[in-house]
Design a binder for this molecule. Structure first.
Ligand SMILES: Nc1ncnc2c1ncn2[C@@H]1O[C@H](COP(=O)(O)OP(=O)(O)OP(=O)(O)O)[C@@H](O)[C@H]1O
Ligand SMILES: [Mg+2]
Length: 469
């Protein structure tokens, strides 16, 4: 039931605090504002509103303390902020009141609409922006398989409801396009999508061309572009999870997508450095690595009786270095990783997923034995082919030297064709297995796994044996 306008206004009045505490700006250095007079009431994460000259209100957050003064970072521009400006204590814990009417809308990190479609309906329940993940012992287990609508993922990297996966790739290898496919094709009720630190121009293009009106209709999109202050970028990621939690608590199946976790980590790095934290690996401060699990653990299965948040998060690997610190940390937190590779994109096979380097940790437990056997066979052929690829390409491999390699060469183009998927094509779980079986020349559904004549033999102990002398 939508609230009447009067009720909404009364509600908002009731939420207003009945008194205000304030201090004064005692220094400004770069993006950091020092406030004196409120040290006894402020703590890390507290909110203040600094009143800039001309009465502009700049919301700020406490990120540290130095020499008895609070260090604040702004959520907006610091123009007009100077010594002596008033700094009012704001509501202790920022909350949002999401409602079903937020679907189809685009909001900023503060939960305000930025799509020009008018005000957002406010739901009855408040959600903290920085909630804790559900307690580990009270969490349900991951659910059954989820249809992601992308063949390569469905068959080789099957995901379960409530699973969290990372998509790791260098710049321009197809992360955003893959995310848009997931947003449009995944079999969930609701998408919550966080676009963190993207270029402003790309956001609109992505919303209109990649996500499209159909995808947007079942999504809430949270945007903080690269030119926004680091606090906005960090908060956008947290808001994304808060909205996902709100829909999950209503028993909905939620898909939570964040593009990208790296830009969130970079925002955290800027915040940490401003607060005087020492840089550790690659300039990232220790608080970045403490904050990453706090964010990512919020996705996943809820408590018994709730829905689940299936999470897919992109990680930008700078210079295609898959061992850089953020990638490493994220890989350790999530239940699997999908690696996109530039060489694969360069030869035009999209989505450019390197199957052999990617892992879903809920596999093989979530599959039927014959599905596992099928995927295993295909993986083996891919691996054999990749091992021999160089020799095959330069023509140094002689046909007939090794039966397994011959089989890999024979089936490779068909497996590649299964992995290739146009961004406008929707795949489904069952179709993926059928296509893979056809690529391997197997009957599907197979009456008995491995009984087919043409089933690939087990791999030789070392593939190198097959190399020509
Ligand atoms: N499935 C696809 N089919 C065809 N082309 C694709 C596909 N995926 C990606 N591309 C091509 O790759 C380009 C880059 O893709 P995308 O913007 O998704 O990369 P990205 O990894 O998000 O880049 P960035 O790091 O800059 O955000 C696209 O503009 C498009 O030309
Ligand atoms: Mg992108």
């Amino acid at each position: 039931m939508p609230f009447s306008a009067a009720e909404t206004i009364l509600d908002e009045i009731a939420r207003l605090p009945d008194h205000r505490l304030y201090g004064r700006v005692a220094g400004v250095l770069g993006m950091t504002v020092e406030v004196a007079g409120l040290e006894r009431v402020l703590s890390i994460g507290s909110r203040c509103v600094v009143i800039a000259r001309g009465d502009r209100r700049v919301p700020c957050e406490v990120v540290g303390f130095r020499d008895g003064r609070a260090l604040l970072l702004p959520f907006g521009k610091l123009d007009g902020v100077g010594l002596g400006c008033r700094a009012e204590l704001a509501e202790a814990e920022p909350v949002v009141h999401p409602a079903a009417g937020w679907l189809g809308r685009v909001v900023n990190a503060l939960g305000e609409p930025i799509d020009g479609k008018g005000p957002l309906p406010q739901g009855p329940q408040s959600y903290a922006l920085r909630a804790d993940p559900p307690p580990a012992h009270g969490r349900a287990r991951v659910g059954g398989k989820i249809d992601l609508g992308v063949r390569a993922l469905n068959s080789f990297l099957t995901c379960c409801r409530g699973q969290r996966m990372g998509i790791f790739a260098g710049s321009g290898v197809g992360k955003s396009v893959l995310l848009s496919m997931l947003a449009r094709y995944t079999a969930t009720d609701v998408n919550v999508i966080g676009l963190i630190g993207e270029r402003g121009r790309e956001v609109q293009e992505w919303l209109e061309d990649d996500l499209g009106p159909e995808g947007l209709a079942r999504s809430v999109v949270v945007v903080a572009t690269s030119d926004e202050p680091p606090l906005m970028r960090r908060q956008a990621a947290h808001l994304t999870l808060s909205l996902a939690e709100a829909f999950r608590d209503q028993g909905r199946e939620v898909l939570c997508l964040i593009d990208s976790v790296t830009r969130f980590a970079m925002a955290m790095r800027e915040i940490g450095l401003s607060a005087g934290e020492p840089p550790a690996s690659k300039g990232y401060t220790p608080s970045v690595f403490a904050e990453l699990p706090r964010l990512l653990e919020r996705a996943g299965p809820g408590q018994a009786g709730q829905g689940a948040i299936t999470g897919l998060f992109t990680v930008l690997v700078e210079g295609d270095d898959h061992n850089e610190p953020v990638a490493d940390a994220v890989r350790g937190i999530l239940d699997g990783h999908i690696v996109l590779e530039r060489q694969i994109a360069e030869r035009g096979r999209y989505p450019a997923i390197n199957i052999l380097r990617s892992v879903s940790r809920t596999m093989p437990a979530c599959n039927e034995p014959e599905e596992n056997a099928l995927v295993e066979s295909a993986r083996r052929l891919l691996s054999t082919y990749e091992d021999m690829a160089e020799l095959i390409r330069i023509g140094a491999y002689r046909q007939g030297s090794d039966a397994t390699v011959d089989m890999a060469i024979r089936h490779y183009p068909a497996i590649e064709a299964v992995l290739k998927q146009d961004k406008n094509e929707r795949a489904d779980l069952a179709g993926g297995y059928a296509a893979l079986a056809a690529a391997l020349g197997l009957e599907w559904p197979s009456a008995q796994a491995g009984s087919s004549e043409d089933a690939p033999p087990p791999p030789p102990e070392t593939v190198e044996q097959g190399a020509p002398a």
